[in-house]
Design a protein around this ligand. Sequence first.
Ligand code: PRX
Length: 652
Amino acid sequence: MASPNLTSSLRETRVFPPPAEFAARAHVQNFAQYQALYQQSVSEPDRFWAGVARELHWFHAPEQGLDWDQAASRVRWFADGTLNMSDNCIDRHVAGGRGEHTALVWEGEPGEVRALSFRELLLEVGRCSSMLRALGVAKGDRVAIYMGTTPEVAIAMLACTRIGAVHSVVFGGFAPQAIADRILDADCRVVLTQDGTYRRGTEIPLKRSVDEALRQCPSVRSVVVFRRTGSPVAMEPGRDLWWHEQMAGAEPLCPPEPLGAEDPLFILYTSGTTGKPKGLVHTNGGYAVQTYLTTRLVFDLHPDDIFWCTADVGWITGHSYVLYGALQNGVTTLLYEGAPNCPDPGRFWQLIDRHRVTAFYTAPTAIRAFMQWGPGYPRAARLDSLRVLGTVGEPINPEAWMWYHSEIGRGRCPVADTWWQTETGAHMLAPLPGAIPTKPGSATLPFPGIVPAIVTKAGEPVPAGHGGLLVIRKPWPSIARTIWGDHARYVQTYWAEVPGSYFSGDGARQDDDGYFWLMGRVDDVINVSGHRLGTMEIESALVAHPRVAEAAAVGKTHQLKGQAISVFVTLEAGARPSPELREELRSWVAREIGSLARPDDVRFVQALPKTRSGKIMRRLLRELAEHGEIKGDTTTLEDFAGLAKMREGDEA
Ligand code: PRX
């Protein structure tokens, strides 16, 4: 578990009340209002969420609230209602007279800027919907999207939701094997991609990765390629089509399809402890309602806000906040294609000034990088448009929180540390910035409607100040409903560990004020720069290498990334450890999964330490990765056999 944050946060006593000026115009203006709202939300959850739902447009307004079959771990919300996400993100605002307001501003890494009003977005999304229909995509079909950050990725996602197709966005950093696994698991027949994208001045050839992935996916019949960089790409006749050619002939008027609140909206894959990545399924109604409300209250959005969430759309934060939360609220959302330090580490601050960003949402790993680059870069910018800051992805150390608050927020802007997950769909713990005093390093208190608890494995509450498992007692609207094709795994992972409650996989403690302090994962998931990687995935990639016999991956503290990956491998008979093989294995994992999975270190061992039952003693490996010295000669074999014998019976 991420102990450095725990030890520093245990000593943390600073409290920052909401700035008076901010609170005066906030949706929720003081702590008493938050308490009243929270109280109402948990005592009458159906009524509370129905009130929020009414702020959206429904073709058929729901009368039902939560329908929870506990025995089967089946959750439904607003099940008798019908609505459409793209309708709520676009048409509703055009109909309300805000068609000329800017919906989306995009800046490419080389510096180009494009803006689309809600009316323009409506036409583009309409065209893209017609294009998908012409390709034979129907309601319920899965569409894979492997694109960079362009307006087109937003258009593609919204177009899927408009016709009821289920998108599966695959992060552009994933390698061909990871793309293929995801396409096959969801049985996608159509893939939307682009030639390439720019990152730190170089082009990442996205189409090439798709081509490689598709060698394993014979059932993909169409690939639509958006031209971003203009670099030459291979186009397979009969399968590959140019986006601009297909869009040119497509009908821009495409009415949104009324969809059942419980129809699937998208699948998003995330890593688990065991087995292949899990395709979490989010549905239309509950997800729309909760992403709408959390964006509105946590960033305290008003019609003229300019919202910038720096997450890639390939992650849940990109889905819920870059796109759906922001657009449902009718505000302008900013998309930036490239790296924060291109052409120099001041890029983000220049973007904020240039586009007059009012709400900024990023990750602790980025904040720590900014700190390392020095205060000169943000100090060279005005940053006077900012009103509120957010952070997400991993526990934020109080030092980074303070730096963010003073250097970026200039002490004026409340900082919202938001705890949530791919599975939760939307914020679970977060301050409402006009109402809840913040403490550096704490995600503060539950969002209205959320009932968290910290418990023992048996589900017993633990007293304040003690660490335990973070669970949520009751389903909320945006909870993932299942794992695509594997409901049993969903039940096992989330509802069986602590019977009766949703189990998050995180450890946390509450302080005497009831504030939550996250302590990191309690399972074998490694959080690298706010991205989840399962140890199992890394290990299977390694054992697929011809010279590797066995492998174990663990996380270790890393100053910038939060956690880095350390792997221990045993080699096949006849294979010899060498610095070259170490480098080869690091690149191998990056090639199999994606560069964010590249291990920081690879250690060759004679045997992995195991318990009598054959379980790898990860705790031991974690200790070694964290504190053990790497001996002078990096090819030295470590002999765990004796050690393992001594500790037999010790569970990892
Ligand atoms: O361990 C928690 C950590 O990220 C995990 C969820 O990862 P993912 O599904 O990829 O979603 C990331 C974006 C929502 C959690 O189980 N995590 C996320 N936000 C925080 C956090 N840990 C501490 N504080 C946070 N604010």
